[in-house]
Design a protein around this ligand. Sequence first.
Ligand code: SF4
Length: 53
Amino acid sequence: MSNNINSSIKCTVEQCKHHCDSSDYCTLNCITVGTHEANPTVDQCTDCLSFER
Ligand code: SF4
């Protein structure tokens, strides 16, 4: 984790290595969002594909 906040990407997944230490933001310059569903209908169907433990 680092403190290089990207203020354009809010995120609450504290377990991700790209999450900011001190606030709910991502530290990457860019992320990829995808889905694990054939026909996504709600936000729970989407995933951050840039997540790393
Ligand atoms: S890579 Fe995705 S899950 Fe990880 S901190 Fe950034 S937005 Fe959140």
